[in-house]
Design a protein around this ligand. Sequence first.
Ligand SMILES: Nc1ncnc2c1ncn2[C@@H]1O[C@H](COP(=O)(O)OP(=O)(O)OP(=O)(O)O)[C@@H](O)[C@H]1O
Ligand SMILES: [Mg+2]
Length: 424
Amino acid sequence: MTQVPTGQPVTVGPIATLSPMERAQAGHPDASAVDAEPEEPPSGRRPGRARTRVRRARRRLALVCNVKPTAQPTAQPGAQDAPTDENEEFDSPETISALAQLFTQEGYSVTVLEADRSLPRRLIAGNFDLAFNIAEGRGGRCREALVPALCEMLGLHYTGSDPLTLAATLDKDVAKRLLLGNVKTPAWRVVRTLTDLADFDLPFPVIAKPNDEGSSKGIHDDCKCNDFHALEALCRRLLDDYGRPVLVEAFVRGPEVTVGVVGNAHPEVVGLMHVVPTQGEPGDFIYSLQAKRDFARRVRYAIPPELPPDICQRLEAAALAAFRLLDCRDVARIDFRVGPDGEPWFIEANPLPGLSPTTGDLVIMAKAMGWSWEALITRILREAEFRQGVLRPMLVARGEPKRKKPRSLDVVNVADSAPVAVVR
Ligand SMILES: Nc1ncnc2c1ncn2[C@@H]1O[C@H](COP(=O)(O)OP(=O)(O)OP(=O)(O)O)[C@@H](O)[C@H]1O
Ligand SMILES: [Mg+2]
């Protein structure tokens, strides 16, 4: 598998800076694909009727990401030997390599770009047709919105939700406000400083968690608070450690279910994953950072959920409603806990769900529902291509059967996706 050096742009597949001739000399699979330039007419042929070679260069895809450093920092306040969760949201080199290889097989020339300050320059220089965005970003509550905002500034098509949705969903308080009245969500308060606790009025138990972190950053096994004393201590710690507002929410003790959704105009549920704790009291369960890191021992995944069909239907309906109300695009994973009333209670939406072929919750769920990882990722890609009218790349890999005489523009049905415009 291709190694992805941390923080470095890496070209996987065709090297964009090489000429077609150089690519051919390098024996690259893309060698047969050259830009649609008129060929010199052979001598004797009438000028002005230059034939155009029709096999086009691969389209260029920027895989925009934040690569997780291989060495984890270790100085977590209060837990000296434990790794911190500083880089928890970022993607592993293995995930990025797998995605890059898949997009190469899909006919794209793939360049992996770290989402850092060099990104604007690299996106401009790369002249890309599409950005596949999995960048979690660095900074405050708008960090996930930075790459889509940049793509919009550059007029570059990109996968996934737009900046408004990515910012609104990363800020859990904002996302909950947007759903109020349509999707049930536990009562909550935002604590910006400890003085905000002076008039705290929610009944216990509650959970306290960073308002705008993801990947369970700051969400530990002890985040459930049964009294004010515990809440105050936890808020102090979270404010100190993360420097971000704390969301304090009524603790919903029922089953934990996460729902995968793909699509746009007619979003579709990929599956429902019931996260069943294998240790401790189920009603106290938190799908915490520790539980996620040790998932093989601490939880099992019931797909479909071990819940009555009517509750599953309500979960699906709530997920689709949240997907629409939050204006998600292409893909999202939406987390719920089921209340004592059998109603789904919205916890949060993840429009940039983890896509690790082995550990991503969405991927685990999709596989159990009969999707391969490749089918899931290409579905997301197709949704973005179709939504934006990005033409499918020519498939020019070696061994690809010779195509019939080219025509200008066709519309074909791509397996498991909506019709997609294809140049062939
Ligand atoms: N109100 C709540 N009631 C009960 N459990 C909760 C509540 N809020 C959060 N949790 C527990 O904490 C876990 C993590 O919370 P949440 O999904 O908000 O954080 P996250 O870091 O954004 O998660 P992810 O890893 O899915 O990005 C949930 O999966 C759930 O187990
Ligand atoms: Mg979650």
